[in-house]
Design a protein around this ligand. Structure first.
Ligand code: CTP
Length: 403
């Protein structure tokens, strides 16, 4: 089957292949062959146990590069910083098979082999392809580690159902090689490979007292969809989100915040991103003196004194890099184009996405949106009403194409 598998888009790509010690390691030889034939350079990294399952000679011969295992080795021409160099070199790092042990180490930042240390140094997407016995795969510790890896920004494929090395049948087989290769082709050719993106999403929640808050109706859907589209283009994505019930898109690093002040801090900590999409509905006002004790209705007249929050996007705009792409959102009820254009100019943005709150099929809490993308050069593109995932794709396409 592999001989007839059409693979395109991988020519000249630099792949790291991490092979950990599992019976499924024999399949990695075939994976190396497929990737080499597709035109990739492949550097194999292993853990010390891998050689019990497949010989470095096999993997080294097929990849035409010496297999690397130990961080400290005795060859004079190699240095102990090779894991760092490789982490910068690669377009994608695939770990297949990833054992329970390797998954646990990656989830907790271990760096005891070339395989694990290079994952910490990688500037590219890292794809984890688990393989182990059913009971191990289903164990809550392994489930938690895989979830943790996704939260740290790793791409995780699911193991598949079938016959296992133990003779049992269940979930735990290495994903099929054609599926691994197609995931690789999805991740590698992105226009945003090696670029960092910051997306904000959702509402903020400004406390009045321990049980009450000032908030808004944002669900976070638009920001989450953008984060997903950016990952698909190969970007390393940090998603700073206010309270929402949405699941984290695979491969996105998520930072949960509650108040506008927390969002400000989280955004500033990630302000060096190449692309910033400020899709959050940040509160413009917050209670000036939130009460640490619950306010009683017996206290009769409640007057809330509010103060302005910091404008996060305006602050980013004031100190922006010229090569950074800053995208803001404007939600308007009337005179939208003019108001959005004014915000774009005031906040030094490259783009602003205008949506109309009082239109059917647009705004908060709907699965669809109708937006107009306005550029710094004065251009404007009105997109049709469509699902927010498609809006995200269309916006990103236009922005990456320059308008
Ligand atoms: N924004 C922000 N920080 C705030 C408020 C808003 O970063 N404290 C961002 C939003 O994420 C959005 C854009 O600014 O990208 C919205 O612009 P803004 O002028 O704040 O819009 P409104 O709050 O709707 O302002 P106005 O009430 O003046 O229309």
């Amino acid at each position: 089957m592999s001989d007839t598998l059409p693979i395109s888009g991988l020519e000249g790509k630099r792949l790291l292949l991490g092979v950990s010690g599992s019976i499924a390691a024999y399949k990695s030889a075939e994976l190396v062959r497929l990737l080499r034939r597709a035109g990739c350079e492949v550097q194999v990294l292993t853990t010390p146990d891998t050689a019990r399952f497949i010989s470095p000679l096999t993997l080294g011969t097929l990849s035409q590069r010496r297999v690397l295992t130990e961080i400290f080795h005795d060859e004079a021409e190699r240095t102990w910083t090779e894991h760092i160099t490789l982490g910068h070199w690669a377009d994608l790092y695939v770990i297949a098979p990833a054992t329970a042990q390797t998954i646990a180490k990656l989830a907790h930042g271990f760096s005891d082999s070339m395989l694990t240390a290079t994952a910490l140094a990688a500037h590219c997407p890292v794809l984890i392809c688990p393989a182990m016995d059913h009971d191990m795969y289903m164990h809550p510790a392994v489930r938690a580690n895989l979830k943790r890896l996704q939260g740290l920004g790793y791409q995780v494929m699911q193991a598949v159902y079938g016959e296992l090395a133990s003779g049992l049948v269940g979930l735990g087989r290495l994903p099929d090689l054609p599926d691994i290769v197609s995931r690789i082709t999805e991740l590698v050719p992105g226009k945003l490979r090696g670029r960092r993106a910051l997306v904000t999403a959702g509402p903020t929640r400004e406390p009045i007292d321990p049980v009450r808050a000032v908030t808004n109706h944002s669900t976070g859907t638009m920001g989450f969809a953008l984060a997903e589209s950016l990952v698909r283009q190969g970007a390393q994505v940090t998603l700073v989100t206010g309270p929402t019930l949405l699941n984290t898109p695979s491969g996105v690093r998520r930072v949960d915040v509650s108040t506008a002040a927390e969002m400000y801090e989280a955004v500033m900590a990630n302000r060096d991103a190449d692309y910033v999409f400020m899709a959050a509905a940040v509160a413009d006002y917050t209670p000036a003196e939130p009460s640490s004790a619950k306010l009683r209705k017996a206290d009769a007249k409640l007057t809330l004194r509010l103060r302005r929050t910091s404008d996060i996007l305006a602050e980013l705009g004031r100190h922006r890099r010229d090569d950074q792409v800053l995208v803001g959102f404007a939600m308007e009820t009337e005179d939208g184009l003019a108001r959005a254009r004014a915000k774009l100019a005031d906040k030094h943005l490259d783009w602003i996405v205008l949506n109309y709150i009082n239109e059917p099929g647009a705004g908060f809490g709907t699965g669809t949106n109708r937006v107009t993308l306005i550029g710094r050069d004065g251009s404007s593109h009105a997109l049709d009403t469509m699902p927010k995932e498609e809006v995200a794709e269309a916006l990103l396409d236009r922005i990456l194409a320059g308008g």
